[in-house]
Design a protein around this ligand. Sequence first.
Ligand SMILES: [Zn+2]
Length: 77
Amino acid sequence: MMGFCTECSQQQDDDQKFCRFCGERLPGAMLMRQLREEHANIQAQKTGQVTQTQQANLATLQAIELARQQQGNEQGN
Ligand SMILES: [Zn+2]
């Protein structure tokens, strides 16, 4: 699998940490996978197709956000 440097657009291996052309830090395989997943999510939202996994992810995110807000309130008071 190949990726591209966000700075100079040269083709890179996914597992490379730095661009060998310009030295820009590359996202690495894990982040690349994350970005692709995010991209798929956005595409799914656009087309109105949301998988069960994506719905579960969304529910988790909402739960985290809710917990964060509750924590913030407690600290605020
Ligand atoms: Zn580069």
